[in-house]
Design a protein around this ligand. Structure first.
Ligand code: NAP
Length: 308
C-alpha cells in the first residue's frame, strides 16, 4: 500500500485530512511519528511543518509542497527527492482576485488617496478607462499569467515580463533583463508575481523604480525580497511611486515598528493574497501520487538549479 506522510502544519490537519482522504482513496495517510520514515512513499510538505530533514525518508519518491513558493526548501541539502510545488485553482483564483481588486482600486483611486471628502466638487477629471491605463505584471507563471489575462479581459493595456519568452493572449510579453526597462516604462500599475531567487532579489530598486512612470502604483503579492525597501520608501516620499500595496515582506509578520505600517501611501495586507485550498490542493497531490505510481513525470516539478 502507498504511504503518504502529511508534514504540513499541524493546525491545518483537520482541513487537509478529509480533503486528502477523499482525493487519495486506498492510500495510507499518516502523520509524523506514526510509521518509520523509511516506509513513506510521498511527503506532503510545508516549510512551516515538522519535517526539514529528508535524510531518513529513503523510500520517498517525491516531496509535494503545499506552497507555491519554494525558496525555503529548494536549497535544503538533505533533499534528494524530486520536489513539486503547488499550482492549484485556489491559489490562482485568490491571486487573480487580490491583484485585480487592488489594480482596479488603484485605477479608480478607490480608498487610495485620503482627504477627498472635503466638500469640494472636483469633476474636471473623468475617471480614465482601463484601456487608457498601462498595467505590467512581472512574472508570467501559473499565477502571473492568470492575472495578466484577467486584467487584459477588463480592458487594461497589459504588459507581462518573464525570464523566458511567454505568449499570453492580449498581453504584450517581454522577457529578460533587456525587457524589464520597457515593461516598467508603461507600468502605471505594476504587480510583482515572481519567486524569491537570487536573480529576483531587489528587482525593484532605486534605479528600476526610476523607470516607472511618475506616481505609479506598486502591488507586491510575490515575495518581500523582490523590493529594496529603503528605495521604495524613498520613491514613495519623493512621489515617484504614488502608492504601494504590499502583501509580502522580508520579515513576516511585518514588525509593528516597520515604517510601512505608518506610511500614508502604503497599504499592508498580511500575506493573504493567495492561500492554498485543501480541496483543490489535495487533487494536485493525488495527481502527482498517481503519476509517481504509474512511472509518469510529475507535474509542477521544481528546477532546483533555477530555484523555482
Ligand atoms: P511560477 O509558475 O514558477 O512562475 C514564476 C514566473 O516568474 C515565471 O514566469 C518566471 O519566468 C518568472 N521569473 C522567475 N525568475 C525570473 C527572473 N529572474 N526574471 C524574470 N522572470 C522571472 O510561479 P507562480 O505559481 O506564478 O508563483 C509566483 C510567486 O508568487 C511564488 O513563487 C510565490 O513567491 C508567490 N506567491 C505568493 C502568494 C501570496 O499569498 N502572497 C501565494 C502564492 C504564491 P519563466 O516563465 O521564464 O520561467
Amino acid at each position: 500500500m502507498v504511504t503518504v506522510l502529511y508534514a504540513g502544519e499541524a493546525a491545518d490537519w483537520p482541513d487537509y485530512a478529509p480533503a486528502l482522504r477523499t482525493a487519495l482513496p486506498g492510500v495510507r495517510l499518516v502523520l509524523p511519528g506514526e510509521v518509520p520514515p523509511d516506509t513513506v512513499d510521498y511527503i506532503v510538505y510545508a516549510p512551516s511543518g515538522p519535517v526539514q530533514d529528508f535524510t531518513p525518508y529513503t523510500r520517498a519518491k517525491a516531496v509535494l509542497s503545499l506552497w507555491a513558493g519554494v525558496e525555503r526548501v529548494v536549497g535544503n541539502p538533505t533533499l534528494t527527492q524530486p520536489l513539486c510545488r503547488m499550482v492549484d485553482e485556489g491559489l490562482e483564483r485568490g491571486m487573480v482576485e487580490w491583484v485585480t481588486g487592488h489594480a482596479l482600486a488603484a485605477h479608480l483611486r478607490i480608498g487610495f488617496w485620503a482627504g477627498a471628502q472635503d466638500g469640494i466638487w472636483r469633476n474636471d477629471q473623468p475617471a480614465p478607462l482601463a484601456s487608457e491605463r498601462g498595467v505590467t505584471v512581472l512574472g508570467l507563471g501559473a499565477l502571473g499569467a492568470a492575472c495578466a489575462r484577467t486584467l487584459s479581459g477588463l480592458g487594461f493595456r497589459v504588459t507581462g515580463w518573464s525570464r523566458s519568452h511567454r505568449d499570453v493572449p492580449g498581453v504584450t510579453c517581454l522577457s529578460g533583463a533587456e525587457g524589464l526597462r520597457a515593461a516598467l516604462a508603461t507600468a502605471e500599475i505594476v504587480a510583482l508575481i515572481l519567486p524569491n531567487t537570487p536573480e529576483t532579489a531587489d528587482l525593484l530598486n532605486a534605479e528600476t523604480l526610476g523607470w516607472l512612470p511618475r506616481g505609479a502604483v506598486v502591488l507586491n503579492p510575490g515575495r518581500g525580497t523582490l523590493i529594496d525597501d529603503a528605495a521604495l520608501l524613498a520613491a514613495l516620499d519623493a512621489g515617484q511611486v504614488g502608492h504601494a500595496v504590499l502583501d509580502v515582506f522580508r520579515t513576516e509578520p511585518l514588525p509593528p515598528d516597520h515604517p510601512y505600517w505608518a506610511h500614508p501611501r502604503v497599504t499592508v495586507t498580511p500575506h493573504i493574497a493567495a492561500a492554498t485550498r485543501p480541496g483543490s490542493a489535495a487533487r494536485v497531490i493525488a495527481e502527482n501520487v498517481r503519476r509517481g505510481e504509474a512511472g509518469e513525470p510529475f507535474v509542477h516539478l521544481v528546477d532546483r538549479a533555477r530555484g523555482y
